[in-house]
Ligand binder design. Structure first.
Ligand SMILES: [Fe+2]
Length: 320
């Protein structure tokens, strides 16, 4: 197994035959986990050729779990989330057409970590591209540990101990920090708009620290998801907006991003506690299809803003 570092971060794994169920024995699984901790994202090119191999590789990094967003899980296997873009298919609840920097885009998603609107933050995710887009459709990744280390020491001191309030804002254009000001919805989908209002009610506001520590290394991480971020807890609106704008601009600086152009059966596993990601989307007439597993986990640093709103018993799921 070869671990080849990528620029500006991450690593490509070469020389592991993931179709072979025995390939992860003999210390290979542990070596992959170690590489994941060191590099934040791991890329496997043309390496995952089946759902079985996808689930097998996922288990190296933890237990897969169905997404909380039930409607996007495969009916045949809820542990696989569908990432599907069909040209001008407005029947889907997720259908939305955007214009970003003058370009028309379907499937565009701004910078985020997964499920920032929940108190538990999942450990990671493993995306396999099955039918890549003929044009664009890239996924971007940024290392928030590197982003923290690039902050001026004065700013590092200023943000120590601060907390951020998150609330579900599925409508991309409602995100205010680190999102392009040129973003607009070209065509509204009433089904989607109604669903977003419902989801916002399903997930009460949560609070997460602005800085966390990577347990294995002691590295500090700028733990900000531009998507869903509302305000800094206990700060005036003006000060909170100014600080979140500054931090989100810093964090999402594309010069420090790795953008992956997908080919069939490429796979990337990301550390959701340390990295953020985005989707550049595709032109309206381009389709693509991928599947994703979600790796369970809870870093136990998140909480509900109002403890009385915390779901009782089993965690509430969308569409329940
Ligand atoms: Fe995501």
């Amino acid at each position: 197994m070869i671990v080849r570092p990528m620029s500006p971060f991450g690593a490509e794994i070469i020389g592991v035959d993931l179709d072979d169920p025995g390939a992860l024995d003999g210390g290979v699984a542990q070596a992959l986990r170690d590489a994941w901790v060191e590099h934040g994202i791991l890329l496997f090119r043309h390496a995952l050729h089946s759902e079985d191999a996808h689930l097998r590789l996922s288990r190296v990094f933890g237990d897969p779990q169905p997404s909380v967003v039930k409607r996007i899980n495969e009916a045949s296997n809820p542990y696989l989330m569908k990432l599907e873009q069909r040209p001008l298919d407005s029947s889907s609840e997720t259908f939305a057409l955007f214009e970003v920097d003058g370009q028309r885009r379907a499937g565009w998603l701004g910078w985020h970590w997964d499920q920032a609107f929940t108190a538990e933050i999942v450990r990671g995710a493993l995306l396999r591209m099955i039918r890549p887009a003929a044009q664009d459709g890239r996924t971007g990744f940024i290392d928030a540990a590197q982003a923290y280390e690039r902050l001026h020491p004065d700013l590092q001191r200023r943000i120590e101990g601060l907390e951020v309030v998150y609330h579900f804002t599925g409508d991309q254009e409602a995100n205010r920090f680190g999102f392009p000001s040129s973003l607009r919805v070209v065509e509204h989908n009433p089904k989607r708009d109604a669903a977003l209002v419902r989801y916002r009610g399903d997930f009460p506001p949560v609070v997460h620290p602005l800085v966390i520590t990577q347990r294995e290394t002691g590295r500090r991480i700028l733990k900000l998801s531009p998507m869903h971020a509302q305000r800094i807890l206990g700060m005036s609106d003006a000060d909170s907006d100014a600080l979140l704008h500054e931090l989100a601009e810093h964090l999402t600086d594309a010069r420090f991003a790795y953008f992956h152009t997908w080919q069939a059966d490429d796979a990337i596993v990301w550390d959701n506690w340390r990295t953020i990601h985005c989707a550049t989307g595709v032109p309206f007439d381009v389709d693509r299809f991928g599947q994703r597993t979600t790796i369970v986990g809870d870093y136990k640093l998140g909480r509900y803003l109002d403890a009385a709103q915390a779901p009782q018993g089993e965690r509430r799921r969308l569409d329940d």
